[in-house]
Write a protein that binds this ligand. Sequence first.
Ligand code: ADP
Length: 497
Amino acid sequence: MIELTGRSRSSDEGSSPSRPSFRRRLLTVVGPALAGALLLLGLLGWGAVYVALQQGAVDVLQAEVIEVTADIESNERGNLEAGGHEWEEVHHRLANERVDPVFVQVFDRYYRIIRASANIDSLSARYPEQPLATSRSSDWIPTLQTFEAGGRTLYYLVEPIARDGRTVGYVQVARPLPEHGPVLRRYAATLGLVIVLLFGGLLALIGWAAGRVLRPLRSIIAFAETTTSSDLGERIDVPEMVDHETALLARTINDLLDRLEESFEALRTFTSNAAHELQTPLTVLQGHVEIALRRSRSAESYESTLRLLDRRLGEMVRTVRALLTLTRLDQGEELSTEPVDLGTLAHEEVAAAQSQADEKGLTLTVDTDEVWVEGQPDLLREAAQNLVDNAVKYTEDGEVRVTVTEEEGRAIFRCRDNGMGIEKDDLPHVGARFYRSQKAGTDDAEGSGLGLSLVRRIVEAHDGTLRVESTPEKGSQFEIVLSTVPAPASAPAVNAS
Ligand code: ADP
């Protein structure tokens, strides 16, 4: 087991230097977006302060208007009359900067001045004697309307005075334009500094977080780099706190290792079984040859030895052929298929097994319909041959019957015998590579335990099913079930190998 949270041994070894690291790629993607977002935030912050300052300036004049309007009364005819308030405050009397002066004028509805604050006279220049034009300022960003008087820029507000829904006059207030520039510049500089620091800090944080996220991945890489076929039993340990994706990756690699280990194990068993399967007959062959060579013998004796060798060699050739076919099928080799009549094929295989059945005194019968399937003729022949041979091999006396029928759109090649049958415990293993039942092993029947596994693999390669039913001492029935296809227009004879 390895620890995902441990420090990794290998880091960038083996990774191409031309590829940017995950951290760099993340920073290149996130960096500009982050900078944009912070900049926008800064602009909004600056804008908010600007608006607040402008609104504050307007509010000062508006408060003044409210105060002045409250002082003014109008008589029944709608004429304005001066209120009791004399505007004695210093900011109404004086005009210098230190008292923050406010200049007030009250006009009647004919734009005639009714009252004006005393500080207007202190301004050396001419001051407007009528209400100034006003334009509506935006709801979002209040604008200050200005005019020049006495070498100073003043901003102003003109508000109508209403009585009973009628305009009876106007109040005009003005004040020196406040200097917002320096405040806004200082604020912008501070904001800029904060944004730069925030940007740098956030980038560092993202880089650090990326490093933390990558740490378990580095451990996985180090693990994968050092895993060889000899330690396929090792697995990646997935601690609880690792994130979902990394845990998923680790589990996927573990699953892959499970499958690889299984395949390697199967391959190892297969290779050692294959070697064993060939070694035994080879040793037997060698023994026969050695005995034959010990002294000189009659021609009949040599002939009988050669016949024995021929039989054993035939078995070995069959085993090697089966191994090769299994390997080809395992590699997923594309089958070159064509329509094959299973009926004709069954007849040919039964004919081939006839002499062997006759030797054992068995009745071998065949009864077929013309049923077409799409398949690789040599492989289908191999499968049929194995089933018929087994039936003859494992039946001592009685009958072997081969039928081919079409049932519910499926082609069924059925091989039934009343031979020794298969024990219930053996049944699930029949069809596994190199598996031979106890009884078959002790009997004299020749075989390698590859025949049925080959049939199974061939049927699988044709998307079909292999079914078996068996009762010990009563007999067995094997069925190959395949999809049918329509008979070709000019039905070709089934290829003979
Ligand atoms: P082999 O015949 O070379 O031993 P197979 O793969 O063809 O190998 O068969 C595997 C095992 O299945 C045989 O050893 C035998 O025990 C059992 N078997 C196969 N066909 C029959 C049959 N028709 N009747 C009884 N047992 C059978």
